[in-house]
Design a protein around this ligand. Sequence first.
Ligand code: GNR
Ligand code: NI
Length: 165
Amino acid sequence: DAVDDSVRALMDDMLDTMYDAPGIGLAAVQIGDLRRVVVMDLGDGPVPEGAAPPADGEEVRVPNPRFFANPEVLWQSDETYCYEEGCLSIPEYFDEVERPARVRVAYLDREGQRVEEEIEGLYAVCFQHELDHLNGVLFIDHLSRLRRDRAMSKVKKTMRLREDA
Ligand code: GNR
Ligand code: NI
């Protein structure tokens, strides 16, 4: 219900873990904390003042960390959007997931301010993916039985290979 220093410390720890992975989002449960906290960085933050212009062909990724406590979906569009998702908790498996294209969301930011906004695109995909984690749902739970079973076999194989290494 509130963002205190302990929640902010968790957010900072999660951000480190996410950048280290690397990933574009992380839910607290993925590092074993059951509080309803999410961090995300989809890039394209404000360009720092005095930054050098990018060289030709060079990719600029300006960090844009975002913090969410108690995220909720207030409304979702009937229109859907398909995106090839991956998850740090499901190594080396990617598949197309269909979700509402736009969602109206609410959360507390890093300062504990309540924010309400309508979002779309990758931001909406990631928000829904992370909120699912808080509710014990993984992206493979949105797939058909056949594809979920295929995902699980692949993940088990990856885990076996990692144990052998
Ligand atoms: O790093 C991640 N990439 C990603 C790509 C498509 C849809 C969702 C994600 S989130 C994922 C990190 C993760 O597992 N967060 O829970
Ligand atoms: Ni995930």
